[in-house]
Design a binder for this molecule. Structure first.
Ligand code: SF4
Length: 550
């Protein structure tokens, strides 16, 4: 408190003596507004540079440090998991988490779109802002994502309906501002993955409808593209947009389901959280949708009064790359982020299994692919092509025009990935799988016209893609979403083979060594994302398995 008061006094003195403040943007040549400063008034002076640096530091921090509440809850999920496939996936996520924390590199290749919640105290004075509050936050985003020591992936596109141009620095953030009583600014900064954001749901229920029924019916429709185990954020009430905002903001709270269950619910909302947590986990979806005991580690709910005719409900999942941090600016300087102790990570160290099947991609044949079984663990070595949405679209257009492709796909495997740029001598930055269903509409063309025989991505495939895989006797493999740094360690070199102008979406050739994947759809069209959850849902009921421990 003393330090803070001293800082406030110093800030006021600086302001009174009109000392120059750091300015990052061109200053408009406008007359300064008259300033009325009363040294007796307890006003916290928050400088622009302090906000910018705090946002930048927060984003770097959360790119490689999971919140400890997530790590601990995932460690408990690992302990009680009985599905071998799900347990292996959780082990990869935990090992990846620790590696990211040690290496200060992103835990996932999708380093997110930035969400910021600012609660600004009415007794705060903003200093050095020649532009908007949003501009300052975006300067912090830019500074974080372009940091040469740990460059983060720029995933934000402007002109979303048409040109979809990458802004190259991940700006702008999505920013929410509230004016509240007090003399500080409270900030929540999150980096939200596109895969989990894509599974957001909203419904305008009838007032007599059941919230529990809607959530339990809706979660299976989300598939595994949101990279469970994670959290569900739920907003109930208000209007359509208020419900969505509450669902997102609810995810900023720490995971405390174990504590809640231990002490018991003290409100209707807490009762509902527990009921939803138990019922969603009893669905058997499990880590990465492979079937298992832990689909969600917590369920958060915020509510708001609503119209008598409405029951708006929004659901937003948070994924294995749960990334958010809270800090307060009170005028004493930029926020400080204390590095967690690695001793707090569970003692889980994933390594390739001796039982896994070693596959040489350089000599791969359709017969070998045909022998793979659903759920089988493979370790891929050799040359692996990459490509995702934009490359697939262009390939399809070129084939339609009869043009020659820049790459021969015959008897090759393709990895759906958009890696982070490398730093410090890396072959490639974190490079986990992206959601495969986005490539479903290109699958028949790729398998039927290019000679491709295997695909690697994350989460389930749709019915048409599965039928195409069966028809062409190909296979679909999954890598663990949220284990991108661990996967990247299997990549020895990378070179661009085609479509260089697409940046991270270009076609690369990776040289991989023992990259871990699981057979998700075999050449007969059997999908582990269908069989796994079905089996585990039945086992949970018949064996009374303990999904309810947090
Ligand atoms: S863990 Fe999955 S959903 Fe989350 S950011 Fe990574 S790839 Fe996207």
């Amino acid at each position: 408190m003393i330090r803070r008061r001293q800082a406030l006094v110093k800030c006021r003195e600086d302001a009174l003596h009109n000392r120059s403040q750091p300015v990052l943007r061109p200053v408009l040549d406008l007359p300064a507004p008259p300033r009325i400063l009363d040294p007796q008034t307890p006003v916290a002076i928050i400088r622009r540079e302090h906000l910018v640096q705090s946002v930048a530091d927060a984003l770097q921090f959360i790119s490689y440090y999971h919140p400890l509440d997530y790590v601990r809850a995932l460690g408990r999920a690992y302990e009680r998991e009985q599905s071998a496939a799900a347990k292996d996936a959780i082990a990869q996520i935990l090992t990846n988490s620790r590696m990211s924390a040690e290496g200060h590199r992103p835990m996932c290749q999708d380093t997110g779109i930035v969400n910021v919640f600012l609660k600004i105290g009415m007794n705060v004075r903003l200093e050095g802002f020649d532009d908007s509050l949003e501009d300052a936050v975006n300067d912090g985003v830019r500074r974080a994502y372009l940091d040469p020591e740990n460059r983060l992936r720029a995933s934000v596109l402007e002109d979303p309906a048409f040109a979809r141009r990458n802004t190259k620095d991940n700006t702008p953030a999505v920013i929410h501002v509230q004016i509240v009583p007090g003399d500080a600014i409270a900030v929540d900064v999150a980096a939200k993955g596109g895969g989990s954001e894509a599974k957001s749901k909203f419904a305008m229920l009838n007032p007599s409808d059941s919230i529990v029924d809607w959530v339990v019916k809706t979660v299976p429709t989300m598939g595994a593209g949101w990279c469970p185990p994670g959290m569900l954020g739920i907003g109930v009430g208000g209007t359509a947009e208020k419900a969505m905002l509450m669902a997102k903001e609810s995810l900023m709270a720490p995971i405390d389901m174990a504590e809640l269950k231990a002490r018991g619910a003290r409100s209707k909302v807490e009762e509902l959280r527990i009921e939803l947590y138990d019922k969603v986990n009893a669905l058997g979806i499990g880590a990465q949708g492979l079937g298992g005991l832990s689909t969600v580690l917590d369920v958060k709910i915020l509510t708001y009064p609503t119209h008598a005719a409405n029951l708006p409900i929004a659901l937003i999942p948070n994924c294995a790359a749960t990334r958010h941090v809270h800090f307060v600016l009170d005028g004493s300087g930029p926020a400080e982020f204390k590095a967690p102790s690695l001793d707090d990570w569970p003692k889980v160290a994933w390594s390739p299994s001796a039982q896994a099947t070693r596959v040489n991609l350089d000599t791969l044949t359709r017969e070998e692919v045909g022998a793979w079984q659903p759920g089988q663990t493979l370790l891929l070595s050799g040359k692996l092509l990459t490509g995702r949405d934009a490359a697939h679209k262009r390939i399809q257009e070129m084939l339609a025009k009869g043009e020659k492709l820049p790459v021969d796909f015959t008897n090759r495997a393709i990895y759906y990935v958009g890696p982070v740029d490398p730093v410090r001598g890396e072959a490639v930055g974190p490079a986990g799988p992206t959601t495969a269903t986005r490539m479903d509409k290109f699958t028949d063309t790729m398998l039927g016209q290019t000679g491709l025989i295997a695909m690697v991505g994350k989460a389930e495939r749709g019915p048409a893609a599965i039928e195409s895989i069966r028809k062409h006797k190909a296979a679909y493999l999954i890598a663990v979403g949220g284990a991108a740094y661990l996967v990247a360690k299997a990549i020895r070199s990378a070179r661009v083979l085609g479509f260089e102008d697409l940046g991270m979406e270009a076609i690369y050739e990776f040289d991989v060594h023992e990259m871990p994947v699981t057979v998700a759809v075999d050449s007969r069209g059997n999908s582990v994302h269908q069989t796994g959850p079905e089996q585990w849902q039945k086992k949970i009921v018949s064996l009374k398995l303990p999904v309810s421990a947090a």
